[in-house]
Design a protein around this ligand. Sequence first.
Ligand code: CA
Length: 228
Amino acid sequence: MDAKILIVEDEKDIARMLDYNLKKEGYRTLLLHDGSFAAAAAAKERPSLILLDLMLPGLDGLEICRRLKMDVRTASIPIIMLTAKGGESDKVVGLEMGADDYITKPFSVKELLARVKAVLRRSTAAVEAQEIYRAGEIELDCNRVLVKLRGKPLDLAAREFELLKALMLAGGKLLSREALLEKAWGLDASLEVETRTVDVHVGTLRKKLGAEGRRVVTVKNYGYRFDK
Ligand code: CA
């Protein structure tokens, strides 16, 4: 987990608590105690998530939120607003400004970490959802779990799809059979499934891809790579 989280919080105790607990969970953190440069810092650092206090010296959280959402470099970064006020209107305004979630102080570490995880999971899914990869006549649509060959949907088994996805996403890098097993069959599969199974599925995948199957290149005694 190498997500980078920008914390903008002027209350030192809360900021330290957030910083400490997020680091403990394996996140990288950036800490700002003032709102003035928060938007600029976000544009430069491109964090995976921003924890944004509402009441800040310099610039308040809502204004920062508005600026972040207007800037193409930061518009897609999810924001969790931290608010001391329990007022519904603040939450509504924050969400209207594009915040993804809010959490009301005082909050527990457990609650905060759960929100952080949920927001990061959603945003990762959203980014992956948009991704379409193309090579020659092949179009791989991760969102719809669909492969098209020359514009027509190709009937692939789930493992064949996952194999093709792993190969295409590796960007020409060599993948060992073990690595492919892990990616297409899941982490624990290497204990139960033989690496030979990968060869069998690559064989059927190649056949279904027709002439484009040549892009799946066998690297003898090692594994496979995908030629774009
Ligand atoms: Ca504050």
